[in-house]
Design a protein around this ligand. Structure first.
Ligand SMILES: N[C@@H](CCC(=O)N[C@@H](CS)C(=O)NCC(=O)O)C(=O)O
Length: 212
């Protein structure tokens, strides 16, 4: 039995859920709200000492850090492979995963999507200075991903990989902000990939039900 801990509003949890769905694996989703006023339950820290989501349990094995979870999902179970066969393809996949974690998450999700969409939902004004300051980095991220995108149906060619699973949740939120939509329009391969990936059953099944 696989157990995945986390909230469906989280882009990182959605990456893991996308990999599980693309692999065709059944799992139990255990909700953990890291943004609850009282924080995550104290016993969750035994699974994730940094108190982030997701974490995964499989038998006696426990894992945290999404990229480690993604690799485990792909390598420990049967199902369609979610990593390229060749060394350069695998290196490109790792490069994209690293760009997403190191540069994209904070800039695209927190500095732009959360400011422009989440904060303004309840009437709080967006921090325009923060958004403007993030735009240079956002442009660099989108340009880099556009140049790494193969132009096929998936980021890296003709079958889905962990790169798609990790990139789609972040870019889908970014695109909801007008700044994201404009930058993505100038990246035709990346936009076409995102539009295509968004039609996959895995993406539709993992749409956030609660808050983004
Ligand atoms: N490095 C972690 C990052 C996970 C992460 O930041 N998750 C967010 C939700 S999308 C979180 O738990 N945030 C809670 C917080 O920052 O307090 C991973 O790769 O899993």
């Amino acid at each position: 039995m696989i157990e995945l801990y986390g909230a469906d509003y989280s882009v990182y949890v959605r990456s893991a859920r996308l990999a599980l769905a693309e692999k065709g694996l059944a799992y139990k989703h255990v909700p953990i709200d890291v943004f609850a006023p009282e924080g995550p339950p104290a016993d969750y820290l035994a699974l994730h000492p940094f108190g982030k989501i997701p974490a995964l349990k499989h038998g006696d094995a426990t894992l945290y850090e999404t990229v480690a979870i993604l690799r485990y999902i792909d390598e420990a179970f049967d199902g369609p492979p979610l990593q390229p066969d060749d060394p350069l393809g695998r290196a490109r996949m790792t490069q994209i995963l690293s760009i997403l974690d190191t540069y994209a998450y904070r800039t695209l999700v927190w500095d732009i999507f959360v400011e422009r969409i989440v904060k303004t939902r309840d009437g709080t004004p967006a921090d325009e200075v923060k958004i403007a300051a993030a735009m240079g980095a956002a442009r660099t991220i989108i340009t880099a991903l556009e140049s790494l995108c193969s132009g096929g149906s998936f980021l890296l060619g003709t079958r889905p990989s962990l790169a798609d699973c990790h990139a789609a949740p972040m870019l889908a939120l970014f695109q909801m902000a007008e700044e994201g939509s404009l930058l993505l329009k100038a990246a035709p391969r990346l936009s076409a990939w995102l539009a295509h990936f968004a039609t996959r059953p895995s993406f539709q099944e993992t749409a956030p039900q609660s808050r983004d």
